[in-house]
Ligand binder design. Structure first.
Ligand code: GLP
Length: 241
């Protein structure tokens, strides 16, 4: 794993942005794997800024997102579709039909999972996948205990994940109990992976990632089985590593 330690989140976001811009410049038809959460927002801001300066052209880029809450439609304010529209898509020249996110309102969720895995196979796999990490080591919504052998599937969200994400909702009761997520096996199909971690809140998870063993109890440890992972981490998140 390559490790880049930065002073702060701003520098982390700039580094991640420049990796993604180079990818798009090298291959204008790149497939980008994207993530939600508060960590990648700075990266998206940098990409938008870069786009306004002509650093990259997204006309022929395709994107595949990691996950979506079950029960939230694309127009729900807290859906990950809305998050992506607000934080990136509507600010660059990406084509709506080239952006892929699981449908959390599909009437048959199992079928939706299979359909989404076909998207990953047929459109992807991503040339480069952006990832955040949960405080409990989750990636996407693969919670501790998830098999490393899963593809896109429905998950029950851990109580701690619902609590961590409650800040985006009016109350914890409004946080969905399930999500559709790319599995660990789906995520490892990406050609390159860029994992971001920022702030003290993530310091124990980064310590465990870098010093602990590979175990399904800590989903992010599966990334050690991939041969092209770059961890970009700020000083606060790196402090115990
Ligand atoms: C959510 C997302 C993950 C993300 C994690 C951390 O649970 N499904 O993809 O990595 O939160 O979020 P944050 O960056 O806000 O700490």
């Amino acid at each position: 794993m390559n490790i880049i330690v930065t002073e702060n989140k701003k520098e982390l976001s700039q580094k991640a942005c420049s990796i993604f811009e180079s990818q798009v410049r090298d291959n204008p038809k790149s497939v980008l794997g994207l993530a939600t959460g508060s960590t990648p927002t700075g990266t998206y801001e940098e990409l938008i800024e870069g786009y306004s300066h002509g650093n990259a052209d997204y006309e022929n880029v395709k994107t595949i997102n990691l996950d979506e809450y079950v029960g939230l439609g694309g127009d729900h304010p807290q859906s990950y579709r809305t998050f992506m529209e607000e934080n990136l898509f509507r600010h660059v020249n990406i084509q709506q039909e080239n952006t892929f996110i699981p449908d959390g309102t599909a009437s048959e969720l199992q079928k939706e999972c299979l359909r989404y895995e076909e998207v990953i196979e047929n459109i992807g796999p991503p040339d480069i996948q952006l990832l955040g990490i949960g405080e409990n080591g989750h990636i996407g919504f693969n919670e501790p205990g998830s098999s490393f052998d899963t593809e896109t599937h429905v998950v029950e969200l851990a109580a701690s994940t619902r609590e961590a994400n409650a800040r985006f909702f009016d109350s914890i009761e409004d946080v969905p109990k399930q999500a559709v997520t790319m599995g660990i096996r789906s995520i490892l199909k990406s050609k390159r992976i860029v994992l971001l971690a920022s702030g003290e809140r993530k310091a124990r998870a980064i310590e465990q990632l870098l010093t602990g063993e590979i175990t399904e109890d800590f989903p992010a440890s599966a990334l050690k089985r991939h041969d092209d992972v770059t961890l970009i981490v700020d000083k606060e998140a790196y402090q115990y590593a």
